[in-house]
Design a protein around this ligand. Sequence first.
Ligand SMILES: Cc1cc2nc3c(=O)[nH]c(=O)nc-3n(C[C@H](O)[C@H](O)[C@H](O)COP(=O)(O)O)c2cc1C
Length: 185
Amino acid sequence: MKLLIINACSNKNSKTLKLTKDIIKLFDNDYAIDIINTYALPFSFINDEIIEKRNNGEYDELAFKYANMIKNADRIIIAAPLWDMSYPASLKVFIENIMIPNVLFRYEDDKAIGLSNAKKLLYITTIGGKVNINYGFEEIKAIANLWGINDVNSISIDLVDVIPNRFEDEKNKLINELKNKIKEF
Ligand SMILES: Cc1cc2nc3c(=O)[nH]c(=O)nc-3n(C[C@H](O)[C@H](O)[C@H](O)COP(=O)(O)O)c2cc1C
């Protein structure tokens, strides 16, 4: 089984990444783990020049490589903090680049057909304050659905910058709660 982790955490002491690492330790599955660090990639946001190339069938080789990793994974985790009511631009740029038709999705008449083998996607996030909607996750869910992944969940801890020690306390609570539930991700 292949587990692909898309890491969009920039902070050296990222809470989101700490939470992600602790969650992965709970899995019993014998995964081969691949990690994509969106901050380590040379991608730029898509512009007209790139769109023109794409219209001529020219896609970036690296973009193909990562699109195929998403296509061939069995499980996907995206780790991304909440930044300005969304996920970081680095993740958006990654998605813009790897969203390649006929690799990750195609249309049959007016129906989108997802082409990823992955059965589940988990979005892990931490949030400085309190928000009413799990911003960022809603878009990721729609994107995962387009790739053909319908089992999409989110794990989040909020108020981490407001209440002292909340992150560690909630993380420990969450890990304890998940211990017996998430063995089979
Ligand atoms: C650039 C930036 C933007 C942020 N925007 C928000 C925001 O819109 N709402 C919020 O509640 N917290 C916001 N925060 C706080 C982060 O969500 C919070 O610190 C989070 O735990 C950071 O995760 P990390 O340690 O994995 O980087 C922001 C933090 C940064 C650095």
